[in-house]
Design a protein around this ligand. Structure first.
Ligand code: FAD
Length: 517
């Protein structure tokens, strides 16, 4: 039989001295080319770490982990699986910061992308000679992209709140933060990419060449190919930022001001600010979270009593960049932009920090959480896009109705608007069908024994939205049935499915998303 044949071949190999591949022979139907087989590991610690992610909720055990040293290694293994009569699935794993097993491959092979870093010989992030773009490996962390580009006085314009995520990982979702209203998500800031398809082909794609693949991959949840390089536009980097938070007890005033600040045709010029975000603060919410370091200790008491009095308050957060050219005028310009906003008097707090410190702000929280053993814990996160027309109903029903009543929220809850026209509808990412929509993130850190309570809260939120016609779309989506995926993609489903058949016909890539597998 087939397996007897494998057994005999393996024995022969071990006799001729290639016994180290014995394990691989046990787990894959045939031995891939030896130079790639050498990079496949069944080491228990490698397999264990590829079976987990930041969410600590899902566990899926792969057969092996590939530690590639080149793009060709990955392409060879994908092609090997594609050509095999018994193909196996493969998941690129960026930094494993998904929360629901999206970078896992049960019984397949996890491709540890970070392994590429040490083999790039310093060429993983290359700034062009005119400093207008950088060619960046899909395995690179945004943190490293920032540090490398800053050496040249330039930087990408669109970021995530946290920088220890890979380029390939965020481009497979969208990559959003307070810059998205102005520059669009990270997927709107890519010139071209090199991608390994599910057939093992290495294809360069852009809006002009292989555009179907280009648009499919951006926000494509890893379904069409593995991104090995992306060309990212750069702008001159500012030196410092003015960073302001304003507190509100009135949600209508809070969202009205947020929308005014991101508006392109409102009273304010949208180019005035570089970042607009927001969050809600509750007894067990943000003040105790990793974002709290913004507020000076002397203000903690009065902010806490504000929260106790109102139950829930809203925090609008903005940033304005500056450098030597506008150092003298930045304060005046910022006052002008913020003039007339309806935050609570006395509750505007301000910081002045270097640009890189602002962008890397979440890491100080990580260090704090790690020191308390609160980082590697379950993260039953829920991220939603809520249309502007329904954000008020969302506040009443979800923030005040569900979250405040349950009062179990542990972690920041973000709420901030963005503009649809900064996204490209040809991309796979799914957003609501309204020009302005809100990103709402329940970024919960729970214990290992109580994460289900938070998951129940998430389910209650989704049920509320469903029953009340609040047309939310999940960001970093997670579903358990194909029907839910079809509903999620809506009018994009047909294209998504057809493109999958074109570029990954054997459904090999990123099985942990559970769309086709
Ligand atoms: P992984 O979790 O390793 O992979 C995610 C998916 O992409 C998987 O399906 C995987 O197979 C696929 N994939 C990975 N690499 C590649 C590649 N090179 N080519 C093709 N597919 C690939 N997101 C935001 O938008 N904004 C934020 O501000 C933000 N903040 C976050 C903060 C924290 C603390 C955490 C944990 C997550 C945050 N995220 C944020 C979510 C994050 O962007 C996603 O979870 C992202 O997928 C994580 O990147 P990663 O490199 O760890 O990807």
């Amino acid at each position: 039989s087939y397996f007897t044949a494998i057994f005999i071949i393996s024995r022969l190999m071990s006799i001729v001295g290639i016994s180290k591949h014995w394990n691989i022979m046990n787990i894959l139907p045939k031995l891939p080319p030896l130079d790639v087989a050498d990079k496949l590991s069944v080491d228990p610690s490698a397999v264990e770490s590829a079976s987990q992610d930041f969410g600590h909720i899902v566990r899926s055990v792969p057969r092996a982990v590939l530690f590639p040293s080149s793009v060709d290694d990955i392409a060879t293994l994908v092609k090997f699986s594609y050509d095999s009569s018994v193909p196996f699935t493969l998941a690129a794993r960026g930094h494993g910061h998904s929360v629901r097993g999206q970078a896992m491959a049960e019984n397949g092979v996890v491709v540890d992308m970070t392994s590429m870093k040490k083999h790039r010989n310093g060429t993983g992030i290359r700034v062009s000679s005119d400093r207008l773009y950088a060619d960046v490996g899909g395995e690179q962390l945004w943190f490293d992209v920032l540090n490398e580009t800053l050496k040249h006085g330039v930087a990408p314009v669109s970021w995530t709140d946290y920088l220890h995520l890979t380029v390939g990982g965020t481009l497979s979702n969208a990559g959003i933060s307070g810059q998205s209203f102005r520059y669009g998500p990270q997927i709107s800031n890519v010139y071209d990419m090199d991608v390994i398809t599910g057939k093992g082909d290495i294809i360069t794609c852009s809006p002009k060449n292989n555009s179907e693949l280009f648009y499919a991959v951006l926000g494509g949840l890893g379904q069409f190919g593995i991104i090995t390089r992306a060309r990212i536009p750069l702008d001159p980097a500012p030196k410092r930022v003015k960073w302001v938070r304003m507190l509100y007890n009135d949600f209508t005033a809070f969202t009205r001001d947020q929308e005014l600040l991101i508006s392109t045709n409102g009273r304010r010029d949208s180019s005035a600010l570089d970042y607009v975000e927001g969050s809600i603060m509750m007894d067990q919410g943000s003040p105790d979270s990793w974002r709290s370091s913004f507020f000076p200790p002397k203000d903690h008491k009065r902010i806490a009593s504000l929260i106790t009095n109102h139950g829930i308050i809203y925090c609008l957060e903005v940033v304005k960049h500056y450098d030597d050219q506008n150092e003298d005028t930045v304060d005046k310009d910022l006052r002008q932009v913020l003039e007339g906003l309806s935050y609570m008097s006395g509750f505007m707090l301000e910081k002045d920090v270097v640009y890189a410190e602002f962008l890397n702000r979440v890491q100080s929280g990580e260090v704090k959480f790690r020191s308390k053993g609160l980082w590697d814990v379950p993260h039953p996160w829920l991220n939603l896009f809520v249309p502007k027309s329904q954000i008020s109903g969302f506040n009443d029903g979800v923030f005040k109705g569900i979250v405040l009543k349950r009062n179990i929220t542990k972690g920041p809850v973000l709420v901030y608007p963005m503009n649809r026209h900064k996204w490209d509808d040809r991309m796979s990412a799914v957003i609501p069908d309204e020009e302005v929509f809100y990103a709402v993130g329940f970024l919960i850190s729970s214990g290992f024994h109580d994460w289900e309570a938070f998951d129940d809260q998430n389910k209650e939120i989704l049920k509320f939205c469903d029953e009340n016609g609040i047309g939310v779309k999940q960001y970093l989506p997670h579903f358990t049935s194909k029907d839910e995926w079809i509903h999620h993609f809506g009018s994009k489903w047909e294209t998504f499915q057809q493109t999958k058949h074109q570029f990954d016909p054997k459904m090999l890539l990123s099985p942990g998303q559970r769309i086709f597998n």
